[in-house]
Design a binder for this molecule. Structure first.
Ligand code: PEP
Ligand code: MN
Length: 337
């Protein structure tokens, strides 16, 4: 629900009214932009439902919308949010490419990946220290040791790191080492983890769950925003459908939809979205066309030897080719690489 105060309402009247709402367990949120009289209202649906604002003497207009998210909503914040990941602005004019291996396997492997992706214009480094693997017998990541490697390689090349957190108890290991925490697809609805990363003081890359709707993704983002963390970046990484020729179905509808309904930056991960290295470049181009703010790409110095996701990982020359082919698409979209 949104409401707009009448123009003649004084600051005192407004503040008293907002306090009355807060006393009913509701949270009024000022809409940013020119209209300082507009507020969004969040809180228990029972309270919202019984609220009689329509004929209130201070209120000019009440707008009942069906969107259950508010802080993530573009209606609350018409302008795009720009999130700084270790100084790299995500959601601004520059189209950002974040690249690196699926998992950190060794310092030599991460170093080779970092050199390769930086040379071609990647602005941040990805790489998992804690891996959410479907099978408990698959490589699970090197944990704190990998975070240390990420930190060393990140500083050496001036590339901020994006890396996944699986368990809130590991947060202390990440502090001071990473530019952003990634909450993976499997944890998009792990509400305790969402709250914890919301309190972490670090930017968060939130990936869409494999069976989650775009609206559920925004509600998951809302959990993080509710903790006072405004630095949320969304990532479309493909969903499960009946299609089996690709690992997932990269839902680019959601990107166009999200860009209309939220002010948060939206990335696309065509590596997990397709599962096939040869499809990464065409889908990366499509991501630019539908309005994504950047890409998350898996690059491994020797994909055939990767401990995870080798089939979808680009070799350094393939990544260089992707960046070359991407440039005119990014420029056509009015952005720069
Ligand atoms: C990853 O980025 O390596 C990863 C595990 O991604 P997702 O959560 O999208 O599967
Ligand atoms: Mn992966």
């Amino acid at each position: 629900m949104f409401f707009v105060f009448k123009p003649e309402v004084t600051t005192e009247e407004r503040e008293r009214f907002l306090d009355e709402l807060r006393a009913q367990d509701l949270t009024p949120l000022a809409v940013t932009g020119n209209d300082t009289r507009a507020y969004g209202l969040v809180g228990p649906s029972t309270v919202l439902g019984s609220l009689a604002l329509d004929r209130h003497p201070l209120i000019e207009e009440v707008i009942r919308d069906s969107a259950p998210y508010k802080r993530a909503s573009r209606a609350m914040r018409p302008d795009d949010t720009v999130v700084s990941v270790g100084g790299v602005r995500v959601g601004a004019e520059r189209f950002v490419v974040i690249a690196g291996p699926c998992a950190v396997e060794s310092e030599a492997q991460l170093e080779a990946a970092a050199v390769a992706v930086k040379a071609e214009g990647a602005v941040a480094l990805r790489g998992g220290a804690y891996k959410p693997r479907t099978s408990p017998y698959s490589f699970q990541g090197h944990g704190p040791e990998a975070l240390e490697i990420l930190s060393v390689v990140s500083r050496r090349h001036g590339l901020p790191v994006v890396t996944e957190i699986l368990d809130a108890a590991d947060l202390p290991h990440f502090a001071g080492k990473v530019g952003a925490l990634q909450v993976g697809a499997r944890n998009m609805q792990n509400y305790a983890l969402l709250r914890a990363v919301g309190r972490s003081g670090l930017p968060v890359v939130l990936k869409r769950g494999l069976a989650a709707t775009a609206e559920e993704l925004l509600l998951a983002a809302e959990y993080i925003l509710n903790e006072g963390n405004d630095d949320v970046i969304l990532c479309e990484r493909g969903i499960r459908t009946f299609e089996t020729s690709t690992r997932n179905t990269l839902d680019l509808n959601s990107v166009a939809w999200l860009k209309r309904h939220t002010h948060l930056p939206v990335l696309v991960d065509p590596s997990h979205g397709t599962g096939l290295a040869e499809l990464v470049t065409p889908l990366a181009k499509a991501a630019v066309a539908v309005g994504a703010d950047g890409l998350l790409i898996e690059v491994h110095p020797a994909p055939a030897e990767a401990l995870s996701d080798g089939r979808q990982s680009l070799s350094p020359p393939a990544f260089a080719q992707l960046m070359r082919e991407l440039k005119p698409f990014v420029e056509a979209a009015g952005r720069c690489l």
